[in-house]
Design a protein around this ligand. Structure first.
Ligand code: NAG
Length: 363
């Protein structure tokens, strides 16, 4: 155990060091080749030694395609992992080929700090102690309680979370009617959304819901034969577990991360409550441009109840959204009537924006 754990750490160190060295290499190509400091050479030898150690030696040359070998040499690890050595050390302190520590909150802590992707580990993920009931096909069936490991939460069952706060996304009786009706101009119910898309001569088959909680938007869309994947963080509640229990796809990706979807792949991106004025404007701009990357021409961006201060909407967010050059299919603004909304002079914006079908290359 000691040796392989040591090896894990060494490998980790090596990966981190690769980042430093490539950074050094980048900067050194700009200057005129100053001598490479000894400690970097030392690190480089460590990396080589580690890789040699991991590679089976004296074997006949592999028949695998050389580019495949090239791409599989290094497992990716984010450079921000380096900024959180204590968390990372705790995370990598496990016994290989044994059950993994129950540390999903720790993994999320690291991910939220930009350490994404996390290094891989070789341990066995835990399963719930008793066999679970048959999994429901209906994404609005009550969440089966024995399906997920919830020991590390304050509530130990989905039904406990549902009782704690029925608005949190775990009470299926509440979720069943979400996104279907319009109580005010800010609401864009799904039937109307699909109708608007149709009259804009666009079809919605594939979507991405950013910060989608327990996945209800994807669930409603599934009933309409539209595939939506949901990025969601747990932040103290089992959102990923719930999305998966509903037979939907949870993507455990934080807001600051590049969306794990290929360019021009989706017809719709929805930004719900999670995308709001608390995100630094620069980060928001990168988020919106990444949304633009994954949307196909003619696809839709739905800002669903985006909230900001009234003044900032005109000064900051309207210009920011304007940079995308999308067509406004719907644009509704209204006061955010809750206590904090009134106190901070906040408003809600719900906007359906269509990406241009064809974007001229000169622009
Ligand atoms: C979804 O697909 C199924 C199977 O093809 C079909 O029976 C059903 O009518 C479709 N539902 C909608 C809302 O289009």
């Amino acid at each position: 155990m000691g040796l392989s754990m040591g090896l894990n750490l060494l490998l980790l160190l090596a990966m981190v060091a690769t980042n430093i060295i490539s950074l050094y290499h980048l900067s050194s190509t700009i200057q005129s080749n100053p001598p490479v400091p000894d400690h970097l050479i030392l690190q480089l030898s460590t990396i080589r030694a580690t890789i040699n150690h991991l590679r089976p030696s004296n074997k006949p040359p592999s028949a695998a395609p050389s580019d495949l070998l090239l791409y599989s040499h290094f497992s990716p690890i984010a450079s921000s992992c380096r900024d959180n050595p204590i968390l990372l050390h705790t995370y990598m302190n496990y016994t290989p080929f044994s059950p993994c520590p129950a540390d999903s909150p720790l993994a999320e802590d690291l991910i939220l700090r930009g350490c994404h992707p996390l290094p891989r580990r070789r341990c066995f993920s835990k399963t719930p102690p008793s066999p679970h009931p048959p999994l429901p096909f209906d994404p609005f069936s009550p969440l089966p309680d024995k399906i997920a490991l919830l020991n590390h939460y304050t509530c130990k069952t989905f039904s406990c979370f549902a009782k704690l706060n029925p608005e949190m996304g775990f009470d299926m009786r509440v979720e069943k009617s979400r996104y279907l009706t319009s109580k005010m101009d800010l609401d864009l119910p799904i039937p109307q959304l699909l109708q608007l898309a149709e009259s804009a001569k666009s079809v919605i088959r594939l979507g991405l819901d950013i910060g989608g909680g327990s996945g209800t938007f994807a669930a409603q869309m599934k009933l309409r034969n539209v595939t939506v994947v949901t990025t969601t963080m747990n932040l103290g509640s089992p959102h990923n577990e719930a999305v998966a229990a509903r037979g939907l796809v949870p993507l455990h990706a934080p807001l600051q991360q590049r969306l794990p979807v290929f360019d021009g792949a989706v017809d719709l991106v929805r930004c719900g409550h999670a995308v709001n004025r608390w995100i630094p404007v620069a980060a928001m701009e990168f988020l919106f441009f990444d949304v633009d990357r994954v949307l196909r021409g003619g696809g839709f961006l739905l800002l669903d109840h985006f909230f900001s201060k009234r003044l900032d909407l005109e000064k900051v967010y309207v210009p920011l959204i304007g940079k995308l050059g999308y067509k406004k299919v719907k644009w509704a603004v209204a006061d955010k009537g809750d206590a904090s909304g009134v106190k901070n002079g906040e408003i809600y914006l719900t906007a359906l924006l269509q990406k241009p079908l064809i974007r001229s290359s000169s622009k």
